[in-house]
Design a binder for this molecule. Structure first.
Ligand code: ADP
Ligand code: MG
Ligand code: MG
Length: 931
């Protein structure tokens, strides 16, 4: 006895759960057969057979014998004969892997046709035209897929024959024309392969099975797997399903279609789909005729419609999931040819999750697990209207999602004035700087021609939830002319454009958008998520407006409030600059005294907006020079001013010069020159070039003095707080006074003070001593002992190593994973992303960009250790993360795993993080740290 491996499974016997072995299509055909749905009989050859084939480049021994046995059973079941002259059995040979790869592999229909069975098909159906139509389709499909003959040869003949008989479309060809075409197709096969079209149906079948197996390694399929990162563990080879043909093209009581058990665009609980009467296979998808909506079937074919509705509920009650299925009607009988889980947009996912739970189809857990958190983004920002038709002008990086239209403006000041005046504005710049922030507030969206997904523009826009396209290099901006060029198109200030930050596309003109929606169902689903999750979800927000919005998104507090954003507002920047330029402590204190009430009001606003919830305020972090113009810019301005001064001087000298060179001419023009001299004087007075130059030179000197080789590793964060204690003292005072004032008004608040860039325990102790002193002063003046928490950022490697001691002083830690990742890798982020990171990712040295996806193997280990050591000294230590990673679902799972208390992310990502936090909890047992 030869005990060769079993490769083939009848639909009645195959394990419907084993998609790895039978492919998704095969497994579901088995499952549907076994639960009694009307599936045309057939069987599946496994992916094992595929891999055996690919290994040896020939069908494995025993496979064809097994297939013959199953074909004999099919003949018996259907009462038809394979290749029969009276009642032929035709089959489809269909590909299908464990992961759906739509259109990437091949399927051959109508196999088994030859000169003999063709006659049989005619006898059996009494429809000669149909038979020839099936035949010519089969020859072409088989020729292309199994024999590698280019489609062009066939298409060319089709075009020629249509022209010859004046037929606009292939449906207009009659039997004779199709007969002629089939003859020509057979001749093509003969010419191209040097052999006649195979007549033996088993030879056809053997060739077809090999071809389908080979399509797994076809370029299309390989590229697709690479693009969507489909690994061998997810799908290893294609199965081949052999399925009795049923014909939807046998007249007006026949048809074919595709359906969804619910509307995949809205989630509405009604059957959805399209069908065509008298059509076969791919006709619906191929769009040869316009299909009708399934709703119309109720009138046209009421009995079939009833069967479809029944099929729909049987599919859902079996699969507990929305299904996407294919069906064919042959002479009034409905067959189901395929089913798989339906792909839906975010809105439909959310709605169906809630509704299927209420129907008892799924559990709450399943409802929370079935949606990929990241897709919620679609619902949280405006999108381009689904059916717009416009060609994109240029494409940059998808830096911050959402779509927006507005008039182009090339600088932040104009954006501010025109935006305040109620105009819709898109701020377009080469790149943005912190001092452009006021322009962001008033703009609908931001477009830059330089900079990556982590450029200033991208980060700030994401934080504000505004659409941003960055690094759109095709756009060449000319600030001087106030215009931009994209190829031949010139865009002027005031021209309207539309940007889509989700795709990076830029369009000329206004394209309608649809608003974000936070539906009832979304609220319900996220409410369930909050009940399940262990992690709290906080938001990063710097203003009361952002804080309120984050609250609407369900933020449970502010995890990071950056005070430098407040410093950059137009009304404060001059005072901040004064403080920086101060030469003495007194001067600096004077400036700080003016900033104090402003900051106090800022904090009060945020505390009020977040009443009842914690607000973590981070003391000043960036280096001072970020609040001053760059040296290059100042040098340029000073040079211009010098030039202006020289020009004025020359003009002032004009009368004297003229008098000397040509006294006569001077006499003639003397009277005219007087008003010119007057105007010159006025101009000089109002412009005071000398003073302006002196002031700019002073700033330049300071900028040069502040220049650092590595500003990000330089004089910033707590280092500033310690060398200039008056700056942090002012901020601490503003926080505690704001808290005291809120307390007096009975507003429930939970302030937290956070120190950035801490490396040593001593640094933290120093700042803690300021806090204690100011707390007492505030108690003395306001009579309130403000309750608050004091904590540290952990974003310096050394601080992680010292977390045990840090936790003696700090009541909480917050991982600043942006800086911590830079420090752990010794990569400066901008340089890394602009120079070598893409190459590292492409060549597999690093799997991901560690600034987008938390590096669990390195940075994560440091975090884990810091949490453990911190909790040894301080079991109540609260720990969170406030880097951009805090909104990334994969990173959130890790944060749950190392038992953080919260994640903090930009407002619009809060819903995503809430769902991810719930999933992290539900899947915690399956979590494996990457090693
Ligand atoms: P794909 O994965 O590209 O959808 P399929 O194997 O599902 O490929 O088949 C392509 C088309 O042919 C589908 O419209 C399918 O419904 C149809 N089809 C496949 N097998 C049969 C069959 N036995 N009878 C009728 N139509 C079929
Ligand atoms: Mg299909
Ligand atoms: Mg930082």
């Amino acid at each position: 006895m030869t005990s060769s491996k079993k490769y083939v499974y009848a639909f009645e016997e195959g394990d419907g759960k084993n998609k790895m072995l039978l492919g998704g299509k095969g497994a579901n055909l088995c499952e549907m057969t076994q639960i009694g749905l009307n599936v045309p009989p057939g069987f599946t050859a496994s992916t094992d057979a595929c891999n055996a084939y690919l290994e040896k480049n020939q069908l494995p021994p025993g496979l064809m014998d097994e297939i013959r046995t199953h074909m004999a059973a099919l003949e018996k079941k259907t009462g038809k004969g394979f290749g029969d002259a009276k009642n032929p059995l035709l089959i489809s040979v269909r590909s299908g892997a464990a992961m759906s790869m739509p259109g990437m592999m091949d399927t051959i229909l109508n196999l088994g046709l030859n000169e003999v069975s063709l006659k049989g098909l005619i006898t059996q159906t009494g429809n000669e035209r149909f038979a020839y139509d099936a035949y010519r389709r089969f020859i072409q499909l088989f020729g292309k897929i199994a024999l590698n003959i280019s489609d062009e040869h066939f298409d060319e003949r089709m075009v020629a024959i249509k022209r010859k008989y004046g037929a606009p479309q292939d449906v207009d060809l009659n039997t004779e024309h199709l007969k002629e075409l089939a003859g020509e197709f057979l001749a093509i096969v003969q010419r191209q392969t040097g052999q006649a079209f195979p007549q033996d149906p088993f030879v056809q079948l053997e060739i077809a099975v090999g071809a389908v197996f080979r399509s797994w390694m076809g370029k299309r399929a390989v590229d697709y797997r690479k693009q969507f990162r489909i690994t061998k563990a997810q799908a290893n080879g294609t199965a081949v399903s052999i399925c009795t043909m049923v014909f939807g093209n046998m007249g007006n009581d026949s048809g074919t279609g595709v359906g969804f058990t619910r509307n995949p665009g809205t989630g509405e609980n009604v059957i959805y789909g399209e069908y065509l009467v008298n059509a076969q296979g791919e006709d619906v998808v191929a769009g040869i005729r316009t299909p009708k909506a399934i709703a119309e079937m109720e009138q046209e074919m009421p009995e079939i419609h009833r069967q479809l509705i029944q099929l729909r509920s049987r599919l859902e009650s079996h699969y507990h999931e929305v299904q996407d299925f294919e069906f064919t009607i042959e002479k009034g009988i409905l067959y189901c040819l395929q089913t798989r889980n339906g792909k839906m947009n975010a809105r439909a996912m959310v709605r169906t999750s809630v509704e299927m739970f209420h129907q008892g189809l799924i559990t709450k857990e399943r409802a929370l697990l079935r949606t990929e958190p990241a897709v919620l983004e679609q619902l949280l920002v405006p999108q381009l209207a689904p059916n717009f038709h416009a060609k994109s002008l240029a494409q940059g990086l998808s830096a911050s999602p959402g779509a927006a239209s507005g008039k182009i403006v090339f600088d932040a000041d104009t954006a501010e004035t025109r935006g305040r005046a109620g105009e819709k504005i898109i701020l377009v710049r080469e790149e943005t700087k912190p001092e452009d922030i006021h322009g962001f507030f008033q703009a609908q969206g931001i477009l830059t021609s330089r900079g990556g997904k982590t450029s200033h523009a991208a980060v700030v826009a994401r934080g504000m939830g505004k659409p941003c396209v960055s690094g759109c290099e095709q756009i060449v901006i000319n600030d001087q002319l106030r215009s931009a060029k994209v190829g031949d198109t010139v865009l002027r200030e005031g021209d309207v454009i539309t940007i889509d930050g989700g795709t990076g596309h830029v369009y000329a003109g206004e394209i309608p958008t649809v608003e974000a929606e936070f539906s009832e169902e979304m609220n319900t689903l996220l409410g369930w998520a909050d009940e399940v999750a262990a992690l709290k979800v906080m938001a990063n927000a710097d203003s009361p407006v952002d804080a309120l919005r984050a609250r609407e998104f369900g933020a449970m507090g502010i995890g990071l409030c950056r005070t430098e954003r407040m410093f950059n507002a137009t009304d404060r920047l001059p005072i901040v600059q004064e403080m920086i330029l101060a030469e003495t402590l007194e001067e600096r204190q004077a400036a700080l005294d003016r900033l104090l009430p402003i900051q106090r009001a800022d904090f009060k606003g945020i505390f009020k907006a977040m009443k009842g919830l914690p607000v973590t305020v981070r003391l000043l972090d960036p280096p001072m020079h970020e609040f001053l113009p760059t040296a290059a810019q100042l040098e340029l301005e000073i040079a211009h001013l010098h030039q202006l001064r020289d020009t004025i001087k020359a003009l002032e000298d004009l009368p004297e010069t003229l008098k000397m060179l040509n006294p006569k001419l001077y006499q003639q023009y003397a009277d005219g020159l007087t008003p010119l001299m007057g105007a010159l004087g006025t101009f000089k007075k109002s412009h005071m070039e000398d003073e302006v130059i002196a002031k700019k030179e002073k700033i330049l000197k300071k900028v040069r003095a502040l220049a650092e080789v590595n500003p990000m590793l330089g004089h910033r964060g707590v280092r500033l707080g310690i060398t200039y204690p008056e700056i942090y003292s002012m901020q601490i005072r503003a926080i505690l006074e704001a808290a005291a004032l809120c307390g007096k008004q009975g507003i429930e608040i939970y302030p937290e003070i956070m120190v950035p860039q801490v490396a040593t325990v001593e640094e933290l102790k120093r700042i803690h001593s300021y806090v204690q002193r100011i707390r007492q002063e505030v108690r003395a003046t306001h009579g309130i002992d403000v309750q608050f928490k004091f904590g540290s950022m952990l974003e310096v490697v050394r601080a992680c190593m010292r977390s045990g001691r840090m936790a003696e002083i700090a009541e909480f830690f917050s991982f600043g994973t942006n800086d911590l990742s830079q420090a752990t890798f010794s990569f400066s982020r901008e340089d890394a992303e602009n120079k070598f990171l893409p190459f590292y990712n492409e060549t597999g040295i690093l799997e991901d960009n560690p600034f987008e996806v938390l590096d669990i193997k390195g940075v994560g280990q440091l975090m884990k250790m810091a949490v453990q050591n911190g909790r040894v000294t301080n079991p109540d230590l609260k720990v969170g993360i406030c880097g951009e990673h805090g909104g990334h679902p994969g990173s959130i799972r890790f944060c749950h795993h190392i038992k953080l208390n919260y994640v903090s992310c930009s407002g619009p990502r809060v819903p995503i993080a809430r769902l991810a936090a719930a999933q992290a909890k539900l899947l915690e047992d399956q979590y494996r740290e990457p090693v």
